[in-house]
Design a protein around this ligand. Sequence first.
Ligand code: CTP
Length: 405
Amino acid sequence: MSVKGKKIVLAVTGSIAAYKTPQLVRLLVKAGAEVQVLMTKAAEQFVTPLSLATVSKRPVLSDVANGDTWNNHVALGLWADAMLVAPCSANTLAKLAHGYCDNIINAVYLSARCPVFIAPAMDEDMWIHPSTRANVKKVREYGNRVIATEYGELASGLVGEGRMAEPENIAVLLSDFFAGNDNKPLKGLKAMVTAGPTYERLDPVRFIGNFSTGRMGIAIAEALAQAGAQVTLVCGPTEQRPANPAINTISIESAREMYEAGMVVGKEADIAVLAAAVADYKPIKQAENKIKKSEGEMSLTLTKTEDLLAALGKIKQPWQTLVGFALETENEIANAQKKLEGKNADMIVLNSLRDEGAGFGHDTNKITLLKRDGSIVPMALQSKKEAAAVIVDHIAELKYAEKTV
Ligand code: CTP
C-alpha cells in the first residue's frame, strides 16, 4: 500500500454506508496513513464519532467552531495529501457541486489544495435523478475524482446502483493514486460486461440454451479491470468465473434476467461490452410440471426476448461506449455491419463459426473488429485472453478519441 505516511482527511456524511467507515479508516491506518475524520451531524446517526476517533487515533471534528476553539479548515485543507468524502450523500454532493460552506466538510473542501476523492452512496432513484447526474458532472469538471458506485443491495431494500464502493476498493484506489499507478487507461471508468449463455425454461427440467461457456466475456471483464475500470459482470449459467475478486459478478439465468440487470448496470456504465450469447426466443409459457411424452410430433411456440444491446443503443449517451458481438456463419462482415448500425453500437466484435478455433468452447478466437468510422480490423487466431486485451485496447482508443474531440 502506498498510503504510508500520507495525510488523509476523511469526510463522513449521512448515509447508511457510513457504517463501513471504521473499516476504511482501519485499512488506511494499518497501511501507514494518518487519517483525520470529519463528520456531518447526519453521519453521527449512522456511526459514532467515538468509533471513528478510536480507529483513527485522533479526535473527530464535526464543527468549524467548538466552544471557543476554531477548527482551522484552511490548515486542514493544506495539511491533507488527499481528501476523501466517503460516503458522500446526495445532499453533500449537491453542496460540493455548488460551493456551499455551511459545515466543516464543505469548508475544508473549499480550502483543500489536494486531490479530492468523492465516493457517493445513495438509493438508486436518487443516484439516477438528473439533479444528481448534473452534480456528479459538475464535481468531476472541477477536477475531483468520483469513485464509481457499486451495484447491490441498497438501504431501501431494493437492489440496484448507488452503493458506496467497498472500503477495500477505496483503499486500493488511494494507494494506486499515491503510487502513481492511476494512469491506467480506463481508471475511474465503470464497465459492464455480459457473458455466457442464457437458459429459457420449458418446464422444471428442460431449457433452451446454447454452447457458450462465457470464457470470452470473462476474459474481457478481466482485461477491463486490468486497465483500471471498475467492472460488473452480468453472467449467464456457466461454471466459469473471473479470477479477479474486484469484478462484481451478477449471476442470471434467462434473457429476461440478463436484460433487467443489464439495463440497470448498463445505463450507468461508461463502457458496456455485450459478449453474452443471449437466446433470441423463449417459450411463450413455462410448463409448471414436466411435459410428458405423447404420440406424434410436438411443437413449441416461442416468443422474442428483449435485445439488451439494442435497448442500450437506443438510450446511449455521448459519454458511453457500447460494444456488441456478432457470431455469424455467413455474410459475416455485412451482417456485423448491420448490427453495428442497427443497434447503435460503437464497435462490433465479429467471430465467424467458419473459422477454425473461433467461437464457443475453444480457448482461442479469431475476431474482426468493425467500428463506426468504417474501419475493419481483422485479426489472426489468438487466445481469448489476447483477444480480450486487444478489444480493450481498441475500447481505450475509442474513449481517448471521445475525450479529445
Ligand atoms: N444481444 C442482446 N440481447 C439479445 C440478443 C442479442 O444483448 N436478446 C446482443 C449480444 O450479446 C451480442 C449482439 O446482441 O452482443 C448480437 O447478438 P446476435 O445473437 O449475434 O445477434 P442478433 O441481434 O440476435 O441477430 P441474429 O440472431 O439474427 O444474428
